[in-house]
Design a binder for this molecule. Structure first.
Ligand SMILES: [Zn+2]
Length: 206
């Protein structure tokens, strides 16, 4: 029972910790979002089960799948975004962890902009570029996978993107890195939203 997952206790611990942290920050509410980690040396990933809330993730609600989303181990159905994660792991060998959450400020910013405005020098230095991708759907359809992979191949230091009307995605060598990037994307978006609101406020002479 869960023989593969139990071999990777450190990865599972970091994945569960990350999910609870994102939930406690209210970066993910309800049962949406997804996160995953590459199984070292295999074309497999450990991924959240579908409709499992971030604060309820446990070993029993994780699954091991291949990069096409076929279940290798576990009793849950993999998250709907698993196929996108598999495509990213296949195309990007340096990526070992992916965080996807519907954080409010990043998603709000993406509703009307084509990339995240870097409201701090820190964000510009760390994120380099954070494009907005509009897939016109609540789950990224297959026909957008090439567009997203191309963004990474054309921008060597790309670590994040925001899906319009949906949420943000960050990638890292570790889950810790992906989580800190997600925090930075959300913090940056929050400051950008506030800066824009203050500018509007000043222009209107309130
Ligand atoms: Zn989502």
């Amino acid at each position: 029972m869960m023989e593969i997952i139990s071999q990777y206790a450190d990865l599972v611990d970091s994945l569960i910790l990350a999910a609870r942290k994102m939930y406690s920050f209210r970066y993910e509410m309800s049962d949406g979002g997804n996160l995953s980690m590459r199984v070292p040396g295999k074309d497999w990933m450990i991924v959240k089960g579908t409709n499992v809330a971030f604060d309820e993730i446990a070993i029993s609600s994780l699954v091991v799948t291949d990069f096409e989303g076929n279940v290798i181990e576990g009793s849950c159905k993999p998250s709907k975004e698993s196929l996108l994660h598999g495509v990213l792991y296949s195309a990007l060998p340096h990526v070992n962890a992916i965080m996807h959450c519907h954080s409010p400020y990043a998603t709000a910013w993406a509703s009307d902009h084509d990339s995240l405005a870097f409201s701090t020098h820190h964000a510009r230095e760390k994120l380099n570029f954070c494009p907005v991708v509009d897939t016109h759907s609540y789950v990224v359809p297959r026909e957008y996978f090439t567009t997203i992979v191309n963004l990474f191949q054309e921008n060597e230091n790309l670590k994040s993107f925001i899906l319009r009307g949906h949420g943000q995605v960050t990638v890292g060598k570790t889950m810790r890195e992906a989580v800190y990037l997600a925090e930075l994307v959300e913090e940056t978006a929050q400051i950008s939203v506030l800066s824009q609101a203050m500018k509007y406020h000043d222009e209107k002479g309130f």
